[in-house]
Ligand binder design. Structure first.
Ligand code: NAD
Length: 480
């Protein structure tokens, strides 16, 4: 039995016990309780929002270079704490330590990126149709942000909101996933260490009810949400008043491998983007459409590579590629999608089961399903686990149609060495990101967001900060 950590809320610059009961957090590799954190109540949420509202009255006027200084310092503090932050991530959601460390390092860079952006918030001076007038367009922070995040990237998904909001001059209340509160607490320790003014960034842990209370709070100015489409819809119904929302929702991302693809690269890309983080990535490749000429070679090579992945406990074992999935719902969804595909005629080339040698923990073997058809769940619903469905196609037009045929519009992937195909697919795929001959659809300086059922609004890049700013037109009559 591991040591059970006691986490607390961070409100108005102080660590607080919550008013409610404690929430148990489990290690997905062992099932043991590893942390107890507040299941925060409406009162806890109200204290956090009120603190953020008070702090906004001064933070909004703090010189951007000073805001940048805090963000740079927090990025440095986070990089220095990466070992313990990464361990907190792995202990609660299972990704192997090197992946968790990479996540922390990327978040540290995000702090520095938005520190720089804070100093580049610019407006415009516009000519008027009448002499003696000047129009100034200024950008101002929106106010208090409610950030609600999932568990698959427990610190990065907080960071994209936190860094951009603080850079813009907003204050924030973060409600992390109930599966991964300790990683969030570690990030807030870094904010405390750099003496960010009290109330500028607040943390309330808890489950869905805590998120509901936060969204419903009338003093919130904007809701920034990342999570499932179902919760996104619930938030629409709960939010109080009229206010901006950003919704980064689920994906169901297709890969198209054309007859002109480099098959070595396509297999390597599919392996990485289907099984990294045990497939628990909103932009994971769920389904692949492969030209008939390459199809059998592609599925056989992908299955062989997937079989070679080491499944294990990413906290206590070395050289693990795929850890346990974070919760039992994901495990059961993998089983459901595989059973459904099997019953409709798919070939299970590898995986398709929990590993026999690991009776404890939420483990599921990397799974490649061949000969899939679009009616199979794996081809039109997000699995969010280490499962990929593959289907052959004969003409590219039908592959594009199938790729676009689901409600998801987050990211799509293409492998092709043919420039005409690359441009055609880049234009025709109806997704917020299209990655061609690579599977890293997001970079920090380019806008990242979904369309259709995958939501709206952008994170990353300058656009990621614009969502926390509002414009003001000041029209000055100066007579000269
Ligand atoms: P989830 O929707 O179950 O939970 C997300 C967060 O919402 C949690 O903090 C949860 O406590 C909170 N919540 C639950 N009910 C709520 C309510 N009624 N009101 C307010 N908050 C509420 O999602 P999850 O299982 O944690 O995460 C997986 C999902 O997130 C997947 O669908 C995945 O694709 C998506 N995701 C999307 C992106 C993206 O950038 N588009 C990134 C990562 C994950």
């Amino acid at each position: 039995m591991e040591h059970v950590a006691r986490g607390r809320n961070y409100i108005d610059g102080r660590w607080e016990e919550g008013d409610g009961t404690a929430l148990e957090v489990r290690d997905p590799a062992t099932g043991d309780v590893v942390a107890l954190v507040p299941d925060s109540t409406e009162q806890d949420v109200d204290r956090a929002v009120s603190a953020a509202r008070r702090a906004w009255n001064s933070w909004r006027w703090v010189n951007p270079t000073v805001r940048a200084g805090y963000l740079h310092a927090a990025g440095d503090a986070l990089a220095a704490a990466k070992v313990q932050v990464a361990a907190a991530i792995t202990r609660e959601m299972g990704k192997p330590i090197p992946e968790a460390t990479g996540e922390v390092e990327k978040l540290a860079k995000t702090f520095h990126f938005y520190a720089e952006e804070a100093t580049r918030i610019t407006g415009a001076t516009l000519p008027n149709e009448e002499d003696g007038f000047t129009s100034l367009v200024e950008k101002e922070p929106i106010g208090v942000v409610a950030a609600i995040t999932p568990w698959n990237y427990p610190v990065e998904l907080i960071g994209w909101k936190l860094c951009a909001a603080l850079a813009a001059g907003c204050t924030i209340v973060v409600k992390p996933s109930e599966y991964t509160p300790s990683a969030a607490i570690e990030v807030f320790r870094c904010l405390e260490a750099v003496e960010l003014p009290a109330g500028v960034a607040n943390l309330v842990t808890g489950a869905g009810a805590t998120g509901r209370a936060l969204v419903a709070h009338p003093a919130i100015s904007k809701v920034a949400f990342t999570g499932s489409a179902a919760t996104g819809e619930a938030i629409f119904k709960t939010v109080s008043g009229v206010k901006p929302l950003s919704m980064e929702l689920g994906g169901n991302c297709p890969l198209i491998v054309t007859a002109r693809a480099d098959i070595d690269q396509a297999v390597a890309g599919a392996l990485r983007r289907s099984f990294r983080n045990a497939g628990q990535i909103c932009i994971a490749i769920n389904r692949a459409y492969v030209h008939a000429d390459l199809y059998e070679e592609f599925v056989q090579r992908l299955a062989k590579a997937a079989e070679g992945l080491v499944v294990g406990d990413g906290l206590r074992e070395d050289d693990v590629d795929v850890g346990p999935v974070t919760n039992v719902e994901i495990l059961e969804r993998c089983e459901r999608h595989v059973a459904d595909a099997r019953s409709k005629g798919a070939r299970v080339l590898v995986g398709g089961a929990r590993p026999g040698d690991r009776p404890v923990g939420n483990y599921y073997l990397p799974t490649v399903l061949a000969d899939c058809t679009q009616d199979m769940q794996v081809m039109h619903e997000e699995t969010f686990g280490p499962v990929i469905g593959v289907s052959p196609y004969d003409d590219l037009e039908s592959a594009i149609e199938l790729a676009n045929s689901t409600p998801a519009g987050l990211a799509a992937y293409v492998y092709s060495e043919d420039l005409s195909e690359v441009f055609a697919l880049g234009r025709r795929l109806d997704f917020g990101s299209v990655a061609v001959n690579n599977v890293d659809a997001g970079t920090i300086n380019a806008p990242y967001g979904g369309r259709k059922g995958s939501g709206f609004g952008y994170e990353h890049g300058r656009e990621g900060m614009e969502g926390y700013l509002q414009m003001k037109h000041v029209r000055v009559r100066h007579r000269s």
